[in-house]
Design a protein around this ligand. Structure first.
Ligand code: ATP
Ligand code: MG
Length: 556
């Protein structure tokens, strides 16, 4: 993405960078985006991506994509591929791909260095005991009986941990800091643990793996990261970040800055919870169009521009907040309003017969592809005696304010003619099966020669010409703004109606719609041709978002 395309609102991180550059504290801006490859990226990650890549781009710096792969149990290479795909799709390019595992040898030697300085020790306590000994936030912890092992013994044990002599959970390497610290992270945190698991990148080369707090700051230092940006929950880890760097001899001295996470109403942004939705089959996969993942949003019909726009609108602050779903939905509405061609489709059909239209005949009418953009051209739509309209656009006993079709009333058929309802046909159960109308041939194109006004305009498709296909009406995945708030289990708040598939009738031109293209179905919303489930001449549409107007909003 070129610089001109980005809007770059000022924020406190950019201020820090400006000051660092002005004071010559840094010469080049280097950032990184450090996902753990244990799931797909979600919209919260998009915020961190826009921030890290955006800053690097704007300051002529560089941004690395670093896979934070220190926990081989949960990490997989398919996640690595999906993450790369999503970042590219969002419009960003990394300088290089790095892995925390690229630095395993270096990290090991920094740990040895800490042991040699008497600042780390091998502990034989179990995980459980370590937790107990750590104490509570309001009471000091207790020192491990192994805390004062001689340096030589620690070096020997740590070497043997690496050599695979000890089982998982039997020994760890800990930093020797302060068991009475008011910051729990500083109470002799674990630096390395034994995990006899094959790593997706390093295979069986290692059986000890570094912990996040030890690996992250040292990886930043290896890459000469000038500003290490992470979310607010790492604020209490910063003293440890600094301690590790200050007590070893890394090639550079990065600094960590924290910003508020992106939270979104009516959904969850946690890979652990999203994994659960996928694993229990509540959604069809990571790219289910209801998922708040980048791949889900993309399959729903969101564009990279709309997601970057959301990140700009939300901004970068130190204050946690929850973004309303409407803010996200507005970004895609605004984007697609500009770019999506218009079309007509009927999702809940009711047959309309024009009794004074000659039987067996039809004609072609002109329809503009975009009301404000003549350069987007126009198309022909067939019109004839038998049409489909939306069932909701007809009411037999209508209230005064109902400006659509009702017996005895005249409405405009979009791009076509004025029609007046003359008859309602019902089956034996009283269910309306057809409405009969007459049309006024003089109103072709939608205007009347005598200046006669109609209050409503409705959309339609020609019944014999219509393309029949599936349209998936997606709604929010959860029914409450903060899923699980009341019961403690977010699964309790899943919306049972979040995916409704209907058989719809489309104007014929839509039969050839390309997978991956966007349309506004007039009066209904924005729809996206599913890139996976569509077949030639058989597009399957996903509803991206409804239109703003109240009529569309009340519909499912
Ligand atoms: P999750 O809680 O979903 O598993 P995570 O923080 O464990 O997220 P990582 O893969 O470690 O996931 O995240 C990579 C980067 O993205 C980190 O720097 C993290 O701070 C950032 N990030 C994750 N979630 C959000 C969010 N909701 N808003 C902003 N940044 C986020
Ligand atoms: Mg994380």
């Amino acid at each position: 993405m070129s610089k001109d395309e980005t809007t770059t609102p000022a924020n406190f991180i950019r201020q820090i960078i400006d000051e660092d550059l002005a004071a010559d504290r840094v010469s080049q801006i280097v950032t990184r985006f450090p996902p753990e490859p244990n799931g797909y990226l979600h919209i919260g990650h998009a915020k961190a991506i826009c921030l890290n890549f955006g800053i690097a781009g704007d300051y002529d710096g560089v941004c690395y994509l670093r896979f934070d792969d220190t926990n081989p149990i949960k990490e997989e290479s398919r996640y690595v591929e999906a993450i790369k795909d999503d970042i590219h799709w969002l419009g960003f390019q990394w300088k290089e791909i790095r892995h925390t595992s690229d630095y395993f040898e270096t990290l090991y030697s920094r740990a040895v260095e800490l042991i040699e300085k008497g600042l780390a020790y091998v502990d034989d306590l179990s995980m459980e005991e370590i937790r107990e000994y750590r104490g509570k936030w309001n009471a000091p912890g207790q020192e491990s009986p192994y805390r004062n092992r001689p340096v030589e013994e620690n070096l020997d044990l740590f070497r043997r941990m690496r050599a695979g002599e000890f089982e998982d959970g039997s020994r760890v390497l800990r930093a020797k800091i302060d068991m009475a610290s008011s910051n729990m992270n500083m109470r002799d945190p674990t630096l390395y643990r034994v995990r006899k698991v094959t790593h997706q990148n390093t295979g069986d080369e290692w059986c000890i793996y570094p912990m996040y707090d030890f690996a992250h700051c040292l990886s930043d230092a290896e890459e000469h990261i000038s500003h290490s940006l992470c979310s607010l929950e790492f604020e209490d880890n910063r003293p440890l970040y600094d301690w590790v760097l200050d007590n070893s001899s890394p090639p550079s001295r990065p600094h960590q800055y924290e910003f508020a996470r992106l939270n979104l109403e009516y959904t969850i942004l946690s890979k652990r919870k999203l994994t659960l939705l996928v694993d229990t089959g509540k959604v069809s996969g990571w790219d289910d169009p209801r998922m708040p993942t980048i791949s889900g949003l993309r399959r729903r019909g969101y564009t990279p521009e709309s997601i970057r726009d959301l990140c700009d609108r939300v901004g970068v602050t130190k204050k946690d907040s929850v973004v309303e779903m409407g803010v996200l939905e507005n970004t895609i509405r605004e984007d697609l309003d500009r770019t999506a061609p218009r079309a007509m489709a009927v999702l809940n059909p009711l047959k309309l017969v024009i009794t004074n239209y000659p039987e067996g005949e039809s004609e072609e009418l002109d329809a503009a592809n975009h009301p404000q953009k003549p350069e987007m051209g126009s198309r022909k739509i067939p019109f004839g005696r038998e049409l489909y309209i939306e069932r909701d656009d007809f009411m037999e006993d209508a209230p005064k304010k109902f400006f659509r079709l009702t017996p005895g009333c005249e409405v405009r058929l979009r791009y076509a003619y004025f029609v007046t309802c003359t008859d309602v046909i019902k089956d034996a159960h009283g269910h309306i099966t057809e409405v009969h109308c007459t049309y006024d041939p003089a109103t072709k194109g939608g205007g009347s020669p005598d200046g006669r006004k109609v209050k409503g305009t409705i959309h339609w498709v020609s019944a014999p010409h219509a393309v029949e296909t599936q349209v998936r009406l997606y709604d929010r995945l959860f029914t409450t703004p903060v899923p699980g708030k009341d019961t403690g289990d977010f699964m309790d708040d899943l919306n049972p109606d979040s995916a409704v598939t209907v058989k719809a009738f489309l104007e014929p031109a839509l039969g050839a719609a390309e997978p991956g293209s966007h349309f506004q179905f007039e009066r209904l919303g924005y729809f996206f041709v599913d890139p996976i489930d569509s077949a030639p001449q058989r597009p399957v549409f996903n509803r991206t978002v409804t239109l703003r107007d109240s009529w569309a909003k009340g519909r499912k």
